[in-house]
Design a protein around this ligand. Sequence first.
Ligand code: KG4
Ligand code: ZN
Length: 344
Amino acid sequence: MSDVVLGVETSCDETSAALVADGRDVRSNVVSSQIDLHAKYGGVVPEIASRAHLERIRPVIAEALEQAGATAAELSAVAVTIGPGLVGSLMVGVTAAKVLAAVWGKPLLTVDHIHAHATSAAIEADAAPWPAVALVVSGGHTSLYLVRDFLRVELLGQTRDDAAGEAFDKVAAILDLGFPGGPAIERAARSGDPRALNFPRTWIDDERLDFSFSGVKTAVLYHVYGTGRKYGSAAHLSRQQLADVAASFQAAVVDVLVSKTVLAARRVGVTTIVVGGGVAANAALRAGLARACETAGFRLVLTPMRYCTDNAAMIAAQGFHQLRAGCVAALDAEPRSGLVRAGR
Ligand code: KG4
Ligand code: ZN
């Protein structure tokens, strides 16, 4: 018999619930995005996010059960994102999951959001791709992991300043392209020349496995606003110039992400690369990794697009493996804004 886990995700600005069987068969994955609520502020406003989670959590969970045609009695466990994320937002999902686990008499599983991104390539895959180097590129994190299996995820390197997604969001703001920036930059870049401008690729020829994206962001800022802030906005750029900035910025970020990921795989001696997190939805990154893996003779397992940005399917899937390993959480588990270990 299969184990169906209810996953709940509320770490940032997506309220999501999903039912996943045996860690890979997604029965439902309901994602209620708050993008419309935060767009006018140019970023996620924590108070607005927690309130929206509170309003949406019940209908979103009900919808996930209904779409899967399942009842609470058929569930094996309730998995929830315990961190990292916005504490007020996490609190809503964690409280809901605790209450449901207690009322339904099911085990509670607390899942690390970044670990879930790191293992999300296994959702709907025929076989688990481990061992692999996982590139996690989101709005809050840019990290490389050695994933030995679902429960053994070791950090190899991470950003020292901005996350890649954060750089996309900030550059989109500089270019007046709106929020969230990643998809907007990707759209604008389609008609641009990625070689038009040579933005910095920090540490690309360096042996370290860490990242830094504040330099490229600042270079775009100076390029757009001019020295001494000659311009107050990006309005002086032609459509083509703007597209060229977007494409050249995207190329600089992709170059660094791809070369560090390949370097990490060589360093730890694995030949499989997986990618997850919101920025993993970026077509230029997916294509760049595919090319590099082909050259290096590596296998690339891309997370399906719908499981790149925040979703509860990845939480339910990772939760299933913690359940199998007996890593069940206590009902007094508290949300944590920092990184946590699987199952603790
Ligand atoms: O994983 P995610 O949904 O939330 C976090 O855990 O942070 O990632 C959101 C980030 C945002 O910074 C967004 O701009 C970026 O992912 N993003 C993209 C694309 N889609 C989302 N960045 C580049 N290209 C995209 N297509
Ligand atoms: Zn995320």
